[in-house]
Design a binder for this molecule. Structure first.
Ligand code: TEU
Length: 578
């Protein structure tokens, strides 16, 4: 039986500060804006708020390039604002976690500026500096063939000291050298202890498996012979000392009652995942697995589409549901974050006639699954992706911009190639999650005053999809989420901790059983993942006669007997048996 914990039962709501609420009408969201919406978040049924990076940063990668861990990005507010935010969240009975971005810093961080200043600087070894190689013609070559996550080579040349530095993300994000103990200690003090002492209740740990690089930084295997750089994840994901580092980091946090949730891309195998989250090994409390959010994206090249269907969706979404049952490990449930398109658009349908049912269907599935539930801002009202008509100029994320420029460079002005690139952006760009939160139907969606230019365009769909239209409207996506979260809290032994069993019947039907072994309570979730009406077979272990219909995305708490075994497009129900 899983021991209970606040961070297992708590529902987490992720806020992207730039796009949540702009209080001073400069077009960028800010901390006072967040504070003004805390009642809204609490009333939704949220227990824990996760704030994406709000630290001082030149914003090469939207704050995932930090130039001072102990200060705030000026347009978001001051350190005092941030302290008030922590207080105000606590005053409402909620907890708050911050983003912990420690694989790299900004190239404007004083540590890097020092490191860069000379080869003999005491902080030189805090980053990865390497001399050039030379080919037979005497041309300068990079130290190895690694590609960065944002498509460019993972090395950038520095004129002053005539060496390259390593960055597995953008060139403004040099990788910290975790091999250096002074560097690690500085990170622990500045990025972790500083905030724990100010009352933060934990961290979402960015790229939690990438701090340890393979010794010698060898060339990556050549998988794409025509390319000058190669995917090198195998040399920096789950590296040789990663578990040592994470244990050390846990030691820094252990005097405090905190939660940690780490990003764990490129780790498909259970045994590898368990090393990070087994409670006895003491590293992270839980991780985000990338199986579901990565669907449709080629590993290492998200814009290259790969087909998937609802069988893939079901399998990947539920792949880690058994973790809490057989081990001392815990798991997460999520479909969205700031790096992914909207779940309604990706995994259901955002057509006007289907999108409300879709949003509620996905919500029904998520809230009846086992693990800590994470919601991303706007998911609670069923926000959708930007439309296909969006110009490439609207996309601002470093990954999207580099991708489009790369296509332009390679394909010249071939209209077909550019059109395809636009389609790929519309499918999976990170920008879809980064547009302003839709509070009402005014010109700037209530994110900032009308007449102000928001940093990202407001989606046209805000006229129909917004908070004010949904608040208090019984059948809205928002009120449905609120009901679901109440139910999840009331029956937490079943929904948060229960034993999960997937029932396979047909491709587009999602059906699963939850059992609370303490009380014997059982729930059955059925969801139609498709646009077509379907019928399903009764599950012998869960007769519907005598079962209570707990919740239903078609508003009615009753389903006519003659249509009980059939589901409308994107219909979802949860039944309970005592
Ligand atoms: O994302 C890192 C990350 O998980 C992806 O780049 C992943 O490695 C890739 O999709 C391959 O599976 C985090 C943040 O969430 C993101 O916003 C930042 O850009 C990135 O780290 C760098 O800090």
């Amino acid at each position: 039986q899983q021991p209970r914990a606040w961070w297992k039962e708590g529902v987490v709501y992720q806020i992207y500060p730039a796009s949540f609420k702009d209080s001073n009408n400069d077009g960028t969201g800010d901390i006072p804006g967040i504070i003004s919406k805390l009642d809204y978040i609490r009333d939704l049924g949220i227990d824990i708020i996760w704030i994406s990076p709000h630290y001082k940063s030149p914003q090469v990668d939207m704050g995932y390039d930090i130039s001072d861990f102990e200060d705030i990005h000026e347009p978001y507010g001051s350190l005092e604002d941030c302290e008030r935010l922590i207080e105000e969240i606590h005053a409402r009975g909620m907890k708050v976690i911050f983003d912990l971005v420690i694989n790299h810093t900004s190239d404007q961080h004083p540590w890097f500026l020092e490191s860069k200043s000379s080869k003999t600087n005491p902080k030189r070894d805090w980053y990865f500096w390497r001399p050039p190689k030379f080919d037979q013609q005497g041309n300068r070559r990079r130290p190895n063939n690694w590609r960065s996550q944002f498509t460019k080579p993972a090395w950038t040349w520095d004129e002053t000291t005539q060496e390259y530095y390593l960055h597995v993300y953008a060139d403004g994000q040099p990788d910290l050298n975790w091999e250096n103990e002074d560097c690690r200690r500085a990170v622990y003090g500045s990025a972790i202890r500083f905030w724990l002492e100010r009352g933060v209740d934990g961290f979402r740990v960015d790229t939690a498996n990438k701090y340890s690089k393979v010794r010698g930084l060898p060339d990556a295997p050549i998988a794409e012979p025509d390319e000058e750089t190669q995917l090198a994840m195998c040399h920096y994901a789950n590296g040789p000392r990663i578990h040592e580092y994470l244990k050390e980091m846990k030691g820094v946090m252990s005097p405090f009652d905190v939660m940690t949730v780490g990003e764990l891309p490129n780790t498909p195998d259970r045994a590898d995942v368990l090393k990070y989250i087994s409670a006895s090994s003491g590293e992270l409390d839980m991780v985000f697995n990338f199986d579901t959010v990565g669907l449709g994206q080629t590993p290492g090249n998200r814009f290259l589409p790969i087909p998937f269907d609802n069988v893939d969706f079901k399998y990947n979404l539920t792949k880690w549901q058994a973790l809490p049952e057989t081990t001392d490990a815990w798991t997460t449930v999520f479909l969205e974050n700031h790096d992914q398109g909207r779940s309604v658009s990706r995994f259901a349908s955002d057509l006007p006639q289907f999108r409300e049912a879709s949003a509620k269907m996905l919500a029904t599935v998520l809230t009846s699954m086992t693990g800590t539930l994470f919601l991303y801002q706007g998911q609670e009202i069923g926000m959708i992706n930007a439309p296909a008509s969006w110009s490439e100029l609207n996309y601002k994320c470093v990954r999207s911009v580099n991708y489009f420029n790369d296509v332009c460079e390679r394909a010249g002005n071939d209209p077909a190639a550019l059109e395809e690139a636009r389609r790929n952006l519309q499918r999976v760009a990170r920008d879809h999650a980064r547009v302003p939160m839709q509070w009402d139907d005014s010109a700037n969606a209530g994110f900032c005053a009308d007449g102000v230019q928001p940093w990202m365009p407001v989606l046209e769909s805000h006229v129909d999809i917004n908070v004010s239209k949904q608040l208090g409207r019984q059948d809205s996506v928002l009120e449905y989420w609120r009901s679901l979260l109440k139910l999840r809290k009331r029956l937490s032994a079943l929904f948060v901790y229960g034993k999960f069993t997937l029932i396979e019947q047909q491709k587009d039907l999602m059906m699963f059983l939850k059992v609370d072994s303490g009380t014997g309570l059982r729930a059955l979730t059925v969801a139609n993942l498709s646009k077509a009406r379907m019928s399903f077979d009764e599950e012998p272990h869960f007769p519907l006669d005598g079962a209570e219909l707990l919740i239903h995305n078609r508003s009615s708490k009753l389903v006519d007997l003659d249509r009980r075994m059939s589901l409308e497009p994107f219909e979802a129900r949860v039944y309970l048996r005592r």
